[in-house]
Design a binder for this molecule. Structure first.
Ligand code: PLP
Length: 434
């Protein structure tokens, strides 16, 4: 695919053709850099990279290095480890900038996702009598809903009166951007914050971060984003889009292991503002005077100024290993392959539906490429749970969401076109009535 402009449009749903696409794929060797789980002795068709990305083979070495340095140096590892632990988080700056489209003082790796969401809400949800509402998407990820519920309660409001959800129109699954912008406009005198995901975890809808940010700013509110399902899945330009803040996790599309360290972006106009209200800890304190252990918090004038604790080095080692694999591949190539896999998947599923008389799969992910990433959510109109259980018997790892949705996310570094083809054939054996 390397030298060609554009991709073959005439996809064919055959094994030969899938293997041809795999042969053309310049990233095909990356599959070998990951452990692919075996199910019933067969390599899984692993389509849950949106939930827990697979382990890069490098990761063990990176983590073992830190264990060795800990064994060899004890506390001195803070200065003498191969990657000294004191400034450990600084290793991520450049890679996180590339990941989300940010400037160096706008990003930091720290904590875990929901923790960071709370820390950011402490700074960016500062309701007044006049402005106290949060506008968000309906069916936001539950942890985000609980974070909002408890944050508004902390300021004396209830979810019902302070949080305005924008839902799809009746009978639809996609939330229209026009509707989002209209709701922001409608509440423009009372909004404190617009908080959306980048990609909705359930439908796979990719939101227009730039348009939402612009509308929030015109309404006098902040715009923040939970990019758990967007980081590593779709290209992001947070600084240019002018978003105020964002956070994401590293264990989904970023392969950094269960509970992996989260990342945070804070636009420079805020990250450099040391007067901005926040919850503080010693790792956010001015580096030169941190170990004077004196009273009086002096924030680092960058996103680092939001850190609380010293770095969780073992989980960060796993994060570094994964980001190095992505660097080796190059994000442009990663996203180009993601797009090609995605186009092929939609083609194959359209064929599965066409081979049945009753269109049993309703794809609830928006079809437009501008509105989704790797994930595709299938609302199963019949036999949903049965098919999901049988997929597992066929070594396919997908994800089930009540009441009837199977989510799949072929990802560029370890999924192949053959995976997608085989998935389609397996779905046909379940769905096409003989
Ligand atoms: C996965 C996910 C979470 C999970 O939160 P943790 O704090 O990492 O457990 C939260 N929000 C969204 C939108 C997610 O997709």
């Amino acid at each position: 695919m390397e030298e060609k402009v554009g991709l073959p449009i005439e996809y064919k749903n055959t094994l030969d053709y899938a293997q041809f696409l795999d042969n053309e794929d310049t990233l095909r060797s990356f599959r070998n850099k990951f452990y692919i789980p075996l199910i019933h002795g067969k390599e899984a068709i692993y389509f849950t990279g949106n939930s827990l990305g697979l382990q890069p083979k490098k990761t063990q070495d990176y983590v073992l290095n830190e264990l060795e340095d800990w064994a060899n140096y004890g506390v001195e590892g803070h200065f003498h480890a191969r990657n000294p632990w004191m400034p450990y988080h600084e290793m991520f700056t450049e890679q996180l900038c590339k990941l989300v489209g940010a400037l160096p003082h706008e990003v930091v790796a720290m904590n875990q996702l929901t923790v960071n969401l709370h820390l950011l809400l402490v700074s960016f949800y500062r309701p007044s009598k006049q402005r106290y509402k949060i506008i968000c998407e309906a069916k936001a990820f539950p942890s985000d809903q609980y974070a909002m519920e408890s944050q508004v309660a902390h300021h004396g409001y209830t979810y019902e009166n302070a949080v305005i959800e924008v839902a799809p129109r009746p009978g639809e699954h996609t939330i229209s951007t026009d509707d989002i912008l209209a709701v922001i406009e409608q509440h423009k005198d009372s909004i404190a914050l617009v908080l959306f995901s980048g990609v909705n975890y359930y439908t796979g809808q990719l939101f227009n971060i730039k348009a939402i940010t612009t509308a929030a700013h015109e309404a006098g509110a902040y715009a923040g984003f939970d990019l758990a399902h967007a980081a590593g899945n779709v290209p992001l330009q947070l600084h240019d889009w002018n978003a105020d803040f964002a956070c994401w996790c590293s264990y989904k599309y970023l392969n950094s292991g269960p509970g992996g360290v989260s990342g945070v972006y804070i636009h420079e106009r805020h990250s450099s503002d040391t007067s901005l209200h926040r919850f503080a800890g010693w790792w956010g304190h001015d580096k030169d005077s941190r170990f004077l252990m004196e009273q009086g918090f002096l924030p680092i004038p960058s996103a680092e100024g939001w850190q609380l604790s010293n770095a969780p080095v073992l989980s960060m080692a796993a994060h570094k290993a994964a980001l190095d694999v992505f660097d080796e591949a190059g994000w442009d190539k990663v996203f180009a392959k993601a797009k090609a896999l995605d186009q092929y998947l939609w083609h194959v599923l359209d064929e599965v539906n066409a081979a049945c008389t009753d269109n049993p799969i309703e794809i609830i992910t928006p079809r437009s490429e501008a509105e989704h990433g790797c994930q595709l959510s299938m609302l199963m109109l019949r036999d949903g749970k049965k098919i999901f259980d049988e997929l597992k018997l066929q070594s396919v790892i997908a994800d089930w969401r009540e009441p009837n949705v199977i989510r799949i996310a072929p990802v560029p570094l370890y999924n192949s076109f053959e995976d997608v083809y085989r998935f389609g054939e397996i779905m046909k054996t379940f769905l096409v009535k003989s």
